[in-house]
Design a protein around this ligand. Structure first.
Ligand code: FO1
Length: 331
């Protein structure tokens, strides 16, 4: 991959991604863009230390999805995985709450070696992407190098993200989410360098169909991130993670109801618009919800609907193509 796409040739498209939905769209846009540079900004709030290894789930889901090595059914980890080490880890009393397959573990060991040798998260992601087969026009960029750690506050008190998501399977009632360290974080140099070179309104930004509280907030809450994206973007397009009143996977719908929000594309749109005023130009909903789109349009919000369910790579590619059309259209 060298030092990544030549962004002066053509303004990049920037995708903010977390979780399985964001990874699927990253793969779809990678295919749809072909040559135009794609910067996938990945959430680092789920990152954590495990068995002495730095685990970066949302970055790895994108690396695996774009290189077509992901276990597409789960939305994380490797396809054609084996579990010899994990099985033996249990026998020798290691932690068994977080499943690490053999191939996935090899990637974590390689990351640990590179970090120990002084490489940063962006450099590790670029090196791993090259080895996995991420196409040269795609840069996978962890949102920040500074540690940001998402914690969920529930009736059990405050817990680390992976404890909530994996150990407790998202069952605790969420009262608040805190992003420890975010106040002293700054956008990754690779992203800010790229977007400052491009100049005003030279790129397009897509907020992926990711959990707004757990995947997008730890990116957009980084000081300077919203301004950086807004200044560089011709158009900012956000994709609803809620379809027909629920999230396809993950706790976004459950969290919305626990926070007293209407669990719908409209509820998501209103919350996002309040949280990030002036950031989003176009709201993309699934066609399942097109009847309700009229209400928001009457509040002069630009809501567009299409089929957003990326149930296979072909549909992810088609959705990517459709989004490119939205980004480049004049209306
Ligand atoms: N999610 C689970 O529900 N159980 C697991 O054991 C698990 C292991 C795992 C290992 C590597 C990795 O990159 C992701 C893994 N995930 C697992 C998913 C992970 O918790 C989520 O992908 C993100 O943190 C939220 O999107």
């Amino acid at each position: 991959m060298g030092d990544g796409p030549d962004i002066t040739s053509d303004a990049p498209l920037v995708l903010l991604s977390g979780g399985g939905g964001g990874a699927r769209l990253a793969a779809g846009l990678s295919q749809a863009l072909d040559e135009r540079p794609l910067f996938v900004v990945t959430n680092t709030g789920d990152d954590f230390e495990h068995c002495g290894l730095t685990i970066c789930p949302d970055t790895d889901s994108v690396l695996y999805a774009v290189s077509e090595t992901i276990d597409s059914q789960r939305g994380w980890g490797r396809a054609e995985e084996s579990w010899s080490v994990f099985e033996e880890l249990k026998n020798v009393g290691g932690p068994d709450w977080f499943q690490l397959g053999d191939k996935d573990l090899a990637l974590h060991l390689s990351r640990a070696a590179m970090l120990a040798a002084g490489q940063n998260l962006a450099g590790v992601a670029a090196a791993l992407g090259e080895r996995l087969g991420v196409p040269p026009h795609v840069a996978v960029v962890p949102a920040t190098e500074s540690p940001v750690r998402t914690h969920v506050v529930s009736e059990h008190g405050k817990m680390a993200f992976q404890e909530y998501f994996v150990a407790h399977r998202c069952t605790p009632v969420l009262r608040n989410v805190v992003y420890e360290g975010i106040g002293s974080a700054s956008p990754a140099d690779r992203l800010s360098d790229a977007l400052e070179v491009v100049g005003a309104a030279g790129t397009d930004v897509v907020l992926g169909p990711s959990n707004p509280f757990l995947s997008l907030a730890p990116i957009l809450g980084i000081p300077g991130m919203q301004g950086l994206l807004r200044r560089a973007a011709r158009r900012v397009v956000a994709v609803s993670p809620i379809i027909g009143g629920r999230a396809l996977k993950g706790p976004a719908g459950k969290i919305m109801s626990e926070l007293g929000l209407e669990v719908s594309s409209a509820g998501w749109t209103r919350w996002m618009n309040e949280q990030y005023p002036g950031l989003v130009d176009v709201w993309v909903w699934d066609e399942t919800d097109q009847a309700a789109a009229g209400n928001l349009r009457s509040e002069s919000m630009d809501v567009r609907t299409t089929s957003t369910v990326m149930s296979d790579p072909g549909r992810a590619r088609a959705f990517g193509d459709w989004l490119l059309g939205v980004c480049s259209s004049d209306y």
